[in-house]
Design a protein around this ligand. Sequence first.
Ligand code: ADP
Length: 486
Amino acid sequence: MDPLKIALVSSEVAPYAKTGGLADVSAALARYLHRKRHDVRLFMPLYRRVRGQVDLEPVAVLQDIPMKMGERTYWYSISTGRLSKGGPLVWFVRCPELFDREGIYTQDQDEHVRFALLSRAALESCQWTQWAPDIVHCNDWHTGLIPLYLRTLYAWDKLFARTRTVLTIHNIGYQGVVGADALKELSLEGERRFLYQEDLNEGRVNFLKTGILYANALTTVSRTYAREIQGDEHGMGLQALLRQRADSLFGIVNGVDYDEWNPRKDALIPEPFHARDLRGKDLNKKALCERFNLPFDARAPLLGVVSRLTVQKGLELLPDILPVLLHKVDLRLVVLGSGDERYENYFRWLSGAFPKKVAFQSGFDNALAHLIEAGSDMFLMPSRYEPCGLNQMYSQRYGSVPIVRRTGGLADTVSPWNAADGTGTGFLFDEFKPEALLGALERALETWRDEGAWARLVQNGMAQDFSWESRVDEYVALYRKLTPPR
Ligand code: ADP
């Protein structure tokens, strides 16, 4: 089959600019599409932090291009750089006035203009180079206006006659809501009839909602989350609209970058290991205990947590059950995370109260995250909601059994241990209540005491395949379904 031309537009791409999973997904998707011989252009802003990270090559026909947005004219240029050796090209949109700032995201007045310009620059770069994309793949609110721009500002251009759009929702909590007075700056003043009228009447424009209205297809990062966001609990106000578009909404679980997360050749852990030889796992556990001055005991299970410390992650289920459990059971708990002070304070207190059992490190530390995966026996993710989640997939590959709430991507990637037939990869609980989490923990601890069962459970997890290879095929199948026959 013919290769596809795909323009991916994203506000974050790892390793250049990352605050979360979006960056990993855009980079991996571009890399694997390129590997499968599709013609990919990945567009992102040239933020200040990108400089020095990559060799840039200016695109000759795309220098000092004016773009009128409301009363203002901005000037932008495009430079390309390789995402990785032999990888696809990233098309960096250089507009110092908008992107040469400290952060990726800002609280500045023109935040909406920054990402509207990214969106339009991606489309106009296609025009200037006469490159007709089959698919423009948008990500989150930042690029949510692209489907509407294609129907309005750029509808005249036959170049886009066959172009179809996909919008991926990585986090529905951020929607890009601005006052309707911004329409002029967004070059949509004359297109009011296309916008969501109720919002306009209330003086607002919602980028993500506009994308949901006009993208040809919508995806989110797990099947369960695709269903959940159509309901009142997780829809963040967009549930009714998502229900209307249910036929065009698909869940595609994120993949894992096994070049980075592979216990067999992980340079960030002291002892590599693999499923047929787990001796290294115990040595990593020992190294993890030593690092935090926790007494090592192979028989005492070690629980790991690596997490942003925010309300999403469900950690407030812990205070009601942990102290009692720690008194009763000889276990270790190592927590790495940063975020809200109240969680940091709690874990700091807990490690002080149980200095031989609990350790907490605040901050972001990738190497330690790898060591925790490698050295822990169980991995805790009691999330309130979780669009996809990555750590539960890493932990399975590292032989650390996930204990998770049955929500979003956690439900799709962890299957319940069944002692009767030896199937399953972890322990799940449903209700967002401490007792429910305690039940899952007790089932895990009981299984831990049965060495044979535990060994089987670990093997089941390590055999799971969460690679991008097959995820990308799901995206390509969707792209092909949308693309009209030639
Ligand atoms: P989310 O995107 O909601 O934070 P995910 O599980 O999808 O959750 O991805 C989190 C990623 O960030 C994982 O790769 C995880 O290892 C990493 N991570 C989160 N917090 C830390 C931390 N404090 N130190 C190192 N890595 C972290």
